[in-house]
Design a protein around this ligand. Structure first.
Ligand SMILES: Cc1cc2nc3c(=O)[nH]c(=O)nc-3n(C[C@H](O)[C@H](O)[C@H](O)COP(=O)(O)O)c2cc1C
Length: 221
């Protein structure tokens, strides 16, 4: 290539670079603008979805607060099931605490951790329990899911008084709760986690609803 041809090409390269750079800047600005316009709506939609998912756990309890804005994160170590932070959605009617929804993890499932959402009212009775995540075997351990069987409903309205706390285990272990045929490891893990959550709420009820998070105590698992 001659020196003359070099001189002709150089300005074209600069022009192309400038056009590409300008286009990239315009695209970035457009994406940033679209995000800033939609982010508030995305957050509102996410909160509405969370609200819709949590409300059925409360079994008709009247409440007035926005559940997704009453979140308490309890860092480990704590006595709730699971090694990681536990999440609690606090439920109020006016200023009065009426229930709490705990997201905890049973670590002793057959195939791995089982994530649970546990509703407990302030008289310490279970309102409802949902399975959020698990890897239990289809047709065996996965019958804990409320879409697969009604096994979980036996926990509704239970407390540490009814049945007595000594009876909080599956029948195979001398307790009152049904197991699943040929799969007792999964239900054992769920019952143990729900009992541990009831014990935690019984001990830390006031501090769960306090602004300052509850004191950390040694993990029991
Ligand atoms: C392929 C396979 C998958 C299994 N999946 C589960 C399960 O998801 N949950 C469970 O509790 N037991 C599962 N089991 C059964 C356990 O090995 C164990 O036998 C059982 O939980 C003990 O319950 P049982 O005393 O009622 O038999 C599985 C067994 C096999 C062979």
């Amino acid at each position: 290539m001659t020196a003359g041809q070099d001189k002709q090409i150089a300005p074209k390269v600069w022009a192309s670079g400038l056009i590409l750079g300008t286009l990239a800047a315009i695209c970035t600005a457009l994406v940033a603008f679209t995000y800033s316009v939609t982010v508030a709506r995305i957050v509102a939609n996410e909160q509405a979805y969370l609200e819709q998912s949590l409300a059925p756990l409360l079994a008709g309890i009247a409440y007035t607060n926005n559940l997704s804005e009453s979140t308490l994160v309890i860092p480990p170590p704590h006595a709730l099931p699971g090694n990681g932070p536990a999440i609690v959605y606090r439920v109020y009617a006016g200023d009065e605490p009426v229930a709490a929804l705990f997201v905890v993890t049973a670590r002793d499932g057959f195939s791995g951790p089982i994530k649970l959402l546990i509703g407990i009212d302030t008289s310490m009775s279970i309102t409802s329990v949902r399975i959020l995540e698990h890897q239990e075997t289809p047709g065996l351990g996965d019958l804990i899911e409320s879409s697969k069987s009604d096994w979980l409903t036996q926990l509704d309205k239970t407390s540490l008084q009814s049945p007595s706390r000594d009876s909080w285990s599956i029948k195979r272990d001398g307790g009152v709760f049904d197991q699943l045929t040929g799969a007792s490891i999964t239900p054992r893990a769920v019952i143990k986690a729900v009992k541990a959550t009831l014990l935690y709420f019984e001990k830390h009820r006031d501090s769960v609803f306090a602004v300052i998070p509850p004191p950390q105590d040694a993990a029991t698992e």
